[in-house]
Design a protein around this ligand. Structure first.
Ligand code: NAD
Length: 316
C-alpha cells in the first residue's frame, strides 16, 4: 500500500527537493508505483522532471501523468524507470517496454531481482538499441520518501552518467559497481551480510537475557567493541536500547522480514548458480523462512527475530 500523503509529508518532500541539485528537465516513464516507486516518482516530479507513470493497481502519485499501460508511459521518454516486485515480472514488463522506447533511451531498473534476470533484461535492451542499468536501492520506504536512497548500479558508464541527475533527486549516493547485473550482485551481498548480522545480534541479546546480562550494558559494551555492527549501533533490535529503531515502534517495518527473506533467497539462488559456498547465508535464509512462516514474522520488521528468539528454548 502506498503511504498516505499528509500536508506535513508534502511540505517535508518539498523541503528535501528544494535542497537537491536541479539537472536538465527530463521526460521519464515510471512503471511500478508501489510503496517504493510512488515516492520516487513523486520526488522526480517535484524536482521538475516530466513523469508519465503506469501501475495496474496503485494510483499515480501527485505530479505524475497517468498512462494506460507501460508502453504508453515509455513512449518518447529519455529514461524509463521500473520498480517491480520480481525478476519474472520485470522480464515480462521489459518485453512490453523495449519496443515502445526511443533508440538510445535508458531502461533504469531499480527493482531487487535475481542477477540472471537483470542480465537478461540488459541484453534484451541492448539488442533493441537501448541502454540498460540495474540499480537496486537500499534505504527502504523512508529513504524513498526522503530522497535519501543509495543506488548500486550495473551497466555502462554512459547510462550511469545519464541517470546520475535522477539518482541525485531520489537518493544521496549512487555507485557504479560494474557491468550488467553487478548492482544486483552488490545488493544481495550487502543484504546477506545484513541478514546474518541481524540474526547474530538478536541471538546474542537472547543469550544475554538468559545469562542475566542487562541489555543496556550489553549495548554499551558491544557497540564500542569488536562485536559491533550496523545492526547494533544504528538499528538495535532491543527496544529502549540504542538509537530509535523499529524495535521502539512495536517492530513495525522498517524493512519487513519477508523482504529480507526475498533478498536472502536471491543471494542463495546466485550462490548456487555461481558455485559459491555461503553456509551462513543459507542458514540465514532458512531461519528467516521459518520466522516469516510459522514464526509469525510476516509484516513485522526483520529485527523482530529478537522477540522470536526470546520465546524459544535450546533444543535437546
Ligand atoms: P510494491 O509491491 O509496493 O510495488 C510494486 C508495484 O509493482 C505494485 O504497485 C504493483 O502493482 C506493480 N506491478 C506489479 N506487476 C506489474 C506490471 N506487470 N506492470 C506494472 N506494474 C506492476 O513493492 P515495493 O515495496 O515498492 O518494492 C519494489 C521493489 O523494490 C522490490 O523489488 C523490492 O524488493 C525492492 N525494495 C523494496 C524495499 C522496501 O522497503 N519496500 C526496500 C528496498 C528494495
Amino acid at each position: 500500500m502506498t503511504p498516505p500523503e499528509t500536508d506535513n509529508f508534502r511540505r517535508a518532500v518539498s523541503r528535501v527537493m528544494r535542497n537537491k541539485p536541479k539537472g536538465k528537465r527530463m521526460k521519464i516513464g515510471f512503471v511500478g508505483l508501489g510503496n517504493m516507486g510512488a515516492p520516487m516518482a513523486r520526488n522526480l516530479a517535484a524536482a521538475g522532471h516530466q513523469i508519465t507513470g503506469f501501475d495496474p493497481v496503485a494510483p499515480c502519485p501527485t505530479g505524475v501523468t497517468p498512462a494506460r499501460n507501460g508502453a504508453e508511459a515509455a513512449a518518447g521518454a529519455e529514461v524509463v524507470i521500473t520498480m517491480l516486485p520480481s525478476g519474472p515480472i520485470l522480464r515480462d514488463v521489459a518485453a512490453g517496454l523495449h519496443g515502445a522506447m526511443t533508440a538510445g533511451a535508458v531502461h533504469l531498473d531499480c527493482s531487487t531481482v535475481d542477477v540472471e534476470s537483470a542480465q537478461a533484461v540488459a541484453q534484451a535492451a541492448t539488442g533493441a538499441g537501448l541502454q540498460a542499468l540495474d540499480a537496486p536501492v537500499s534505504g527502504g520506504v523512508g529513504g524513498a520518501q526522503a530522497g535519501t536512497l543509495t543506488f548500486m548500479a550495473g551497466g555502462p558508464q554512459a547510462a550511469f552518467d545519464k541517470a546520475a541527475p535522477l539518482f541525485a533527486v531520489m537518493g544521496q549516493k549512487a555507485v557504479l559497481c560494474g557491468g550488467p547485473g553487478m548492482g544486483q550482485a552488490a545488493k544481495i551481498c550487502n543484504n546477506m551480510i545484513l541478514g546474518v548480522t541481524m540474526i547474530g545480534t538478536c541471538e546474542a541479546f537472547a543469550l544475554a537475557d538468559r545469562l542475566g546480562l542487562d541489555r543496556q550494558a550489553m549495548f554499551d559494551v558491544v557497540s564500542t567493541s569488536s562485536g559491533s555492527s550496523w545492526t547494533m549501533t544504528a538499528y538495535c533490535p532491543a527496544p529502549g536500547v540504542g538509537p530509535d529503531s523499529p524495535a521502539d515502534n512495536d517492530y513495525r517495518p522498517g524493512f519487513a522480514a519477508e523482504l529480507m527473506l526475498k533478498d536472502l533467497r536471491l543471494a542463495q539462488q546466485a550462490a548456487e548458480a555461481a558455485g559459491a559456498d555461503t553456509p551462513l547465508g543459507e542458514a540465514a535464509r532458512d531461519l528467516y523462512a521459518r520466522f516469516v512462516g510459522a514464526g509469525g514474522g510476516e509484516g513485522r520488521d526483520f529485527s523482530a527475530m529478537l522477540p522470536w528468539f526470546e520465546g524459544r528454548r535450546r533444543r535437546g
